[in-house]
Design a protein around this ligand. Sequence first.
Ligand code: BES
Ligand code: MN
Ligand code: ZN
Length: 489
Amino acid sequence: MTVTVSNSEASRGAATVTPVFTDKTGAVIAPTGLSAAVMAKRGFLGKPGQTLVVPGPTTRIFVGLGDASSVTTDQLRGASGAACRAAWNESALSIDLLDGLKKVDKQAAAQAIVEGVMCSTYQYSGKPQPNRCALTEVSVGPVGVRAVREGIRLGTASGEAIVLARELVNLPAADLTPAKFADRAIALAVEKGFSIEVWDEDRCRTERLGGLLGVAQGGLEPPRLLRFEWSPTSVGATATKKEKAALPLLAVVGKGITFDSGGLSLKTGEGMMTMKQDMAGAAATLALFTTLAELKPNCRVIGFACLSENLPGERATKPGDVHRARNGKTFEILNTDAEGRLVLADGLSLAVEEKPDAVINLATLTGAIVTALGKEITGLFSNHEGFTAQVKAASKLAGEPMWEMPVYAPYRKHIDSEVADMKNIGLPGQAGSIAAALFLKEFVGSTPWVHLDIAGTAWADSQSDLGPRGGTGAGVRTLMELAKAFSRP
Ligand code: BES
Ligand code: MN
Ligand code: ZN
């Protein structure tokens, strides 16, 4: 069961969420109905995200928002999430956090609040939860405000997309093979209104996807290459080639390793415990397409999901083997655990063949990015300043922290190979994430490109106000903002 969020008057008896602000000195301003003494006794300081529950005929939940003059949409998302966690056992909740806020954009604020609701109450559906969240009906106010209604519509679309990406990541690899991922994508394409093409193993062979096939050959599950497309004019199915060509074109490519054992360069038991997450880039890509019919950006968006398992079967790629990618370049595979870049080589080659204005890829690519940036910051690599600025702006609006890393050309020598155009690993212990980015760069030509390494951010090790341990849906909101930015006015 999921929560429905509406802009209608809350049902009788619904618990209420009220914001609490602090003044210039940082001291809490007592809201009506809550005495300073009670707040002090309960240690409630009105700090962003702090909650105070006051039981009664209707439960009242107070949530801190800090200084009213500097509240951000990120804080609203977090406060909304914290409030829902505090309201875990209530069935109906009325949230009005916009009262007293002048500077925030009402639509963006309402969207963030809904995202907070949907993210904080998400629970993996595959197991009956012992402490299931009771919330079913949430009303976000003020009621009757058009911008708020619009924010709720978009927040619901993005909340659902994030939840979808999380759910796909959380599914055991046995329940989400490349073929099963493709089946779900087909169903979603029909339901949400975008087009999809599915290439099976034979088609991947005739299309010369040597990177994807090379990874897949170690396992029994055949790979899939998915291509998604959304275009505003094709919704009416009447768009001509010329009409389509006049629109900006954004391409998105996702790493979709449904399980990464490392292949013959086998990971440790511990190292592969959470490797069902290795398709998070493909999940975010698919999740984006589920939102586009709601978002309606005036641009075309194409997407590619490169789906395979990485297993050490008898046919598996051996260290020293050489494979050829779609664009003709060859690589020597010296570590079969550096497989993400191999499947992306084909996905990126296909994407740039369609001459997009820009291509962005998302991948749980390197452990080294976790060492560099930790679990909350996505690594951003690029060959183009203008597109980098666009993606950074999108990530800022989305509230998904990213940090630009260098695609340092002199390190290209780290991936020089004696037998192929490049090898798939750099120097031991040195700039592993950059070596991976330099590898990917070989497949985008001169197309403006951004690579997001989400190896740290796609999976949460512990629960937070915005969700449980497990898949996070990293990248989904940034992609949505990017699609909006590509929209031609
Ligand atoms: N999927 C992993 C990267 C990863 C690590 C994702 C931790 C999420 C959390 C990737 O395929 C991988 O194994 N990378 C290797 C590359 C190395 C062999 C050059 C790594 O990071 O160790
Ligand atoms: Mn790997
Ligand atoms: Zn991997």
